[in-house]
Ligand binder design. Structure first.
Ligand SMILES: [Zn+2]
Length: 312
């Protein structure tokens, strides 16, 4: 019972982000700087800092996978219109047409790489490849505030003090969100905190929130698909997860909103045959996309979903 109470009170409202501009509004000529971000997650942070002073838009909509996103009709006009483009970098946006437009845009900031420049030791390598999913560690994502404040101020120097002020508020909110998730995940017994999802997106989340302070936090997370979810799964990939489920007595596995459930269904079916039944959790976690949520809501949703599945 005490955990139910804890669940309800954990997340305070930290204030709201202005919604992204509608496409029509964003494409219309106007006085405000036109800012384009590749993902909804980046656009959320840019929107909170730029507030009413900018027109901001996310290129990749809803639950579309940013790893393999290719430009669709009208996207090239967005690049032409954008005075400043934010993207994650660190290998996230590797669809050829998107990578090409990012490369040739004259004014862009790779937010992940700006964060990496000051936090090299915090960047996770997975089989020697950089893991781009830095936004799932709120404390690390907070380091993206400064580069956004700086880039907006360079583009629009008259509003520098506004962007700096907003940046301070956003940092304080993110810090409170980070602390709230730490508290919530700490309330789950350590023997339950073994996370299985669809693809390797949750390394940063696991290090920060599920195995805090543990040298062996990597043992707390396993996924059949690699850093980008578009690869073909081998029998070995599936078997590795089944072995993990058995070893750590995992009873629930978590789908992700932007990825099909086929691999998890396969794992659940084999586990059932072996009489080590696992459930597929519902709702799905958000890894690479926001759906219709804000970043804060997405992170709260993930923490609440894990808590509810592991504590019941
Ligand atoms: Zn991903």
């Amino acid at each position: 019972m005490k955990f139910s109470i804890c669940c309800v009170l954990l997340f305070a409202c930290f204030g709201c982000q202005g919604p992204s501009s509608s496409l029509e509004e964003w494409m219309r000529p106007g006085d405000k700087p036109k800012i384009l971000s590749t993902t909804g997650i980046i656009d959320d942070l840019v929107g909170q800092i730029g507030g009413e002073k900018i027109d901001h838009l996310s290129l990749i909509e809803a639950n579309m996978d940013p790893h393999s996103y290719e430009l669709v009709k009208g996207d090239d006009e967005k690049f032409l219109r954008a005075q400043l483009v934010f993207y994650n970098g660190l290998g996230l946006e590797h669809g050829a047409s998107l990578a090409y437009h990012l490369k040739k845009h004259p004014n862009k900031v790779a937010l992940g790489e700006a964060i990496q420049a000051h936090n090299q030791e915090a960047i996770i390598l997975e089989k020697k490849e950089v893991d781009p999913h830095i936004w799932l560690d709120v404390a690390l994502w907070q380091c993206g505030v400064e580069p956004i404040v700086e880039a907006l101020s360079l583009l629009d120097p008259l509003n520098r003090s506004y962007y700096e002020e907003q940046g301070k508020k956003v940092k304080a909110n993110l810090q409170a969100l980070d602390e709230a998730i730490i508290m919530k995940m700490k309330s789950i017994p350590a023997e339950k905190r073994y996370l299985v999802t669809s693809h390797d997106a949750f390394n940063y989340f696991t290090r920060r929130y599920l195995g805090q302070g543990e040298a062996s936090w990597k043992e707390r997370f396993c996924a059949p698909e690699g850093l980008a979810p578009e690869g073909q799964l081998s029998c070995q990939d599936i078997q590795t997860v089944i072995d993990y489920v058995e070893m750590h007595h995992v009873s629930v596995i978590f789908p992700e909103a932007n990825i099909g459930k086929d691999s998890l269904k396969k794992i659940a079916a084999v586990c059932k045959e072996k009489r080590c039944a696992v459930k597929i959790a519902s709702p799905a976690l958000y890894s690479d996309t926001l759906g219709a949520k804000s970043y804060q809501e997405m992170m709260e949703h993930n923490a609440n979903t894990l808590w509810a599945a592991w504590m019941h």
